[in-house]
Design a binder for this molecule. Sequence first.
Ligand SMILES: Nc1nc2c(c(=O)[nH]1)N[C@H]1C(S)=C(S)[C@@H](COP(=O)(O)OP(=O)(O)OC[C@H]3O[C@@H](n4cnc5c(=O)[nH]c(N)nc54)[C@H](O)[C@@H]3O)O[C@H]1N2
Ligand SMILES: Nc1nc2c(c(=O)[nH]1)N[C@H]1C(S)=C(S)[C@@H](COP(=O)(O)OP(=O)(O)OC[C@H]3O[C@@H](n4cnc5c(=O)[nH]c(N)nc54)[C@H](O)[C@@H]3O)O[C@H]1N2
Ligand SMILES: [Mo]
Length: 768
Amino acid sequence: MKAEHQLAVMHWGTYQVTTEGERIAALSPVPWDKNPSRIGQSLVESVTGNTRIRRPAVRLGYLQNGPASREGRGKEPFVEVSWEQALDLLARDLRSVQERCGNEAIFGGSYGWASAGRFHHAQSQLHRFLKGFGGYTASTNTYSSAAGERVLPHILGPLSPLHKQHTHFSVLAEHCEMFVALGGLPLRNAQINGGGANDHMLKHWLERLEQNGVQFVNISPVQNDLSAVESARWLAIRPGTDTALLLALCHTLIAESLYDAAFINSHTVGFEQLRRYLFGEPDGVPKTAGWAAGITGIDAEQILTLARTMAGKHTMINISWSIQRARQGEQAYWATVALTSLLGQIGTPGGGLAFGYACTNLAGAARVPFSGPRLPAGENKVKTAIPVARLSDMLLDPGGEYEFDGKVCRYPDIRLVYWAGGNAFHHHQDINRLVEAWRRPETVVAHEQYWTAQAKFSDIVLPVTTSLERDDIGSGSQDGFMIAMRQQIPALAEARDDYAIFCALAKRLGFEEAFSEGRSAADWLPHLYESSRERAQEDGIELPPFDIFWEQGKLEFTPPAKPQIFLADFRSDPERFPLSTPSGKIELYSETVAGFGYRECPGYPFWDEAEADYQQKQAQEWPLHLLSSQPRTRLHSQYDHGSVSRATKIQGREPLWMHPQDAQKRGIQEGEVVKVFNGRGAILAGVHISDRILPGVVQISTGAWYDPQDPSTPGSLDKHGNPNVLTEDRGSSRLGQGCSAQSCRVEIELWREALPPITAFDPPAFVA
Ligand SMILES: Nc1nc2c(c(=O)[nH]1)N[C@H]1C(S)=C(S)[C@@H](COP(=O)(O)OP(=O)(O)OC[C@H]3O[C@@H](n4cnc5c(=O)[nH]c(N)nc54)[C@H](O)[C@@H]3O)O[C@H]1N2
Ligand SMILES: Nc1nc2c(c(=O)[nH]1)N[C@H]1C(S)=C(S)[C@@H](COP(=O)(O)OP(=O)(O)OC[C@H]3O[C@@H](n4cnc5c(=O)[nH]c(N)nc54)[C@H](O)[C@@H]3O)O[C@H]1N2
Ligand SMILES: [Mo]
């Protein structure tokens, strides 16, 4: 029997689902999506495929010897066990760690995207469960933009609310004349929106802006980052040097008196300190166009012309998140704030600044802020939280001291790691170091849908449902829709909802009632829906009764009538609408940050010569800069085993872009497999040769499942192409302690040996 036209929401889009018996037959785009994502197609075979986890499983050594066997993680076979046995074991180990070491010894950060759906959101469920159990060590900020998230509150305001206030594309279409995009505006990244993307609108708007005569400038090492706009000018910049370019643009505006002194006076503090630095007073180095040319690889003449053109036009400057996911990433954001302050167009309809148009489908969308129902969070009694990307540091150095955003902190002593809805063996830097760190805790638990590397490196693995196998409410961040996500197919094999697992555990641990509040999953949906009614009203939305919503299947919220202009209130009256910074104004110089005493963050946007020297030394040994960007064919590592992702692999390996000169030098041809390596590790990748990338730079997508040739040998070759085997595991700086994956150097050579088979998508070995 075929059932049609039920809706399924994923982070990459909403689809009409066709089922055939207990299988998904098709996922078709919804008619209201202007540019649907192909990623959804990957679910058709995957959800019932070989890579699914079918039954609870425990690593053999853990079952036999418990924590003493931790060296066996990732090497040993698994034993499939009953739910009763798995849950009894896990409840015992949770209790044991709590009694011996306290709740701080449980790491529940569990970073990751999980699946769309407001109730079955894996992290929210895990965090609620662990709070009920007495608390856990958490993590703060994101891999996406931690450096930005930490620097912006000091100088402009917190990033997340700012992101939702971005000027609508409809306004830019009327008023903008020049759109400068640092890191480009790749359509591939706007496929995604946290919680759901109902209408992919970036392509539509970029075409409109281009038709209206907006000049686009793509400042990126990769021309394709703005391939959606044919007329875009490409300024090929060396990765990691945007701060130098931005400082030189600032210098030029001041030197040529092209800056808006009135705006600087009324809306900013710290101009004098910035000016002195730009003109070389503290260090004897004026930050001129000539100076920046040597660093960025962009002609001095072009830099000067760019500064002058920007000052003469309504100019929007957008900086992508990738640029701060690097060493000293904070400074590029600060320099963008400085440059756009000098241009004086912040808060105007056609100009100003932006952090991440195109990073997701969110910024620039004219939609109501209401983001749907939320699971009540509760209080975490443990106050310890690490910067999210310091995971390995924490596991390797219990009790160790580190600095973070003006504070001195200590790493907790973690005994049990609990993950649901993320994949550290995809997302964390320097995986060989992570493997070592991962063998420190006594117990590692994963709730997963698929046999990812993270699942294979765990002790207790619990199989969970996909969003097609449970009822939920779909509602993306500022997406404008709420969708009834009805269960489409039965749960595969023994998979259970994360919620059901936590209920069963909470029962064993004596707090089932507090955790479930007496509600089944089916009871929670109308409850959460009703609890969000008041928030909806604040945004002018009158929600119909739950039953009507569920029956209708879809609510669409009317977009706000008034087009939004980023920081327009602050521009109109900075006294009445101050920023949340200490001065209430934009801080070109921050006394707070200067007060931290960090050499690398002196209190104004700063080009760090010491870091530049370090990178220079790396470059002598490892001549190529490796960029690991977001994948077009999946969300991070999700559905790398699906048809859409696998269709683009080269001889089964992740594609890597390389300039013809770099390929020729190494005797490499299109479509060949290469070894990419540095002092931290080595991966295989399939080469695509293109002159749309700067010589000396290579680019690979993140998310190819880690596939060590020999998991028992430390530092083993990854056969498949996970760039995090190569990236460096150091914080962006002491200010943000963010992920710095983009600061990575490698060498490449042709792979001449027989190609090892890909085993990443195979389940582990099982024994009875
Ligand atoms: N080198 C490099 N590394 C990077 C980046 C980079 O640019 N370069 N980017 C970073 C960024 S920005 C991010 S956000 C991270 C992303 O890192 P992650 O968010 O950890 O990556 P995902 O692959 O989305 O992992 C989500 C996991 O959750 C599982 N899952 C899905 N639904 C459910 C569910 O309902 N329940 C449970 N229990 N599990 C579920 C999926 O199967 C998948 O394994 O990566 C970071 N890493
Ligand atoms: N399809 C898809 N879309 C996604 C995701 C996904 O996994 N798949 N992940 C989502 C998530 S979680 C996030 S956080 C966002 C991330 O959004 P971003 O961080 O902006 O995405 P990236 O693809 O890492 O980088 C965008 C481009 O920046 C360029 N770039 C890199 N380094 C530099 C530099 O130093 N200078 C300049 N000027 N350019 C540079 C690269 O060429 C790259 O193509 O994407 C989201 N969108
Ligand atoms: Mo992200």
